[in-house]
Ligand binder design. Structure first.
Ligand SMILES: Nc1ncnc2c1ncn2[C@@H]1O[C@H](COP(=O)(O)OP(=O)(O)OP(=O)(O)O)[C@@H](O)[C@H]1O
Ligand SMILES: [Mg+2]
Length: 248
């Protein structure tokens, strides 16, 4: 089994004024691993992910990508290292087609004189190839995002995050807003990413999500590492206990 550590956070603390959101937190994830992160509201999950993605600068501690210590100053820095984050609000443009959303801000372009023209044919082809690779079913890459179901939108957000050779994808509550039948599709997508060798960190309050896709689960409690386990060595009741700060 591959034990290549693709991302490691060591002793991360994050202070907002007098608030300690994270205190000496450690996290690591190996290639192709799906790590579940759980914790009560305010436990520090989103803050930790924002530190990993370079949106927030940690107050203390270090980040390592593939063993190299890095200094992230923006999400662009972590993207360049192969990390993509799917935010809870998805940040998609509803009035634009799927293909445009996937390439928003990073379109394949044809240079014509001093101007950059979007190459629509190329973009559509790349979008269709990418959706097929992830086994995402939509009627057409030209369909507008506002016409899609919640689950399809989540799939487009994940497709966008993984279109540029992501090695690590972070998803903050990817199923929270979805109907039951759409949840399964998003979970399948996570397993597809895993099979492609992508490492996935998934924050979820739903034990069904955690127990259907994760290899390992870690719990934060009041900004600290509280417990962690391989999934096969724990149970739903135990993990629910960790969220509430209980250990046997
Ligand atoms: N920008 C900020 N400024 C001040 N405090 C913040 C900021 N972001 C987060 N916090 C505080 O840090 C703590 C952790 O918040 P965080 O959003 O990481 O929690 P969470 O585990 O993601 O919770 P939830 O499950 O509700 O999404 C909370 O006490 C929160 O109020
Ligand atoms: Mg959160």
């Amino acid at each position: 089994m591959s034990e290549e550590i693709v991302l490691e956070a060591q002793s991360i603390s994050k202070f907002f004024g007098t608030i300690t959101a994270l205190n000496d937190v450690n996290l690591k994830i190996t290639k192709g691993e799906v790590l579940g992160v759980v914790g009560d509201n305010g436990a520090g999950k989103s803050t930790l992910m924002k530190v990993l993605s370079g949106l927030y600068k940690q107050s203390e501690g270090s980040l390592f990508f593939s063993g190299n210590k890095v200094n992230l100053n923006s999400p662009r820095d972590s993207q360049n290292l192969g990390l993509e984050m799917v935010y809870q609000d998805l940040a998609l443009a509803g009035n634009l087609p799927i293909g445009d959303n996937i390439f928003l801000g990073r379109e394949p372009v044809k240079k014509v004189g001093p101007f950059n023209f979007l190459d629509h044919t190329k973009r559509k082809q790349l979008t269709e190839e990418h959706l097929a690779k992830l086994k995402i079913n939509v009627k057409s890459a030209d369909q507008k995002v506002e016409e899609l179901s919640g689950g399809q939108r989540q799939a487009v957000a994940i497709a966008r995050a993984t279109a540029f050779n992501a090695k690590i994808v972070i998803m903050d509550e990817p199923t929270a807003a979805l109907a039951v039948k759409e949840v399964g599709k998003v979970l399948d997508l996570i397993l597809n990413l895993k099979s492609l060798g992508v490492s996935v960190i998934v924050i979820s309050h739903r034990m069904d999500d955690i127990f259907s896709v994760c290899d390992r689960v870690m719990a934060l409690f009041q900004g600290t590492n509280f417990a962690e386990s391989l999934l096969k060595d724990t149970s739903r009741d135990e993990v629910i206990g960790w969220i509430m700060g209980k250990k046997d």
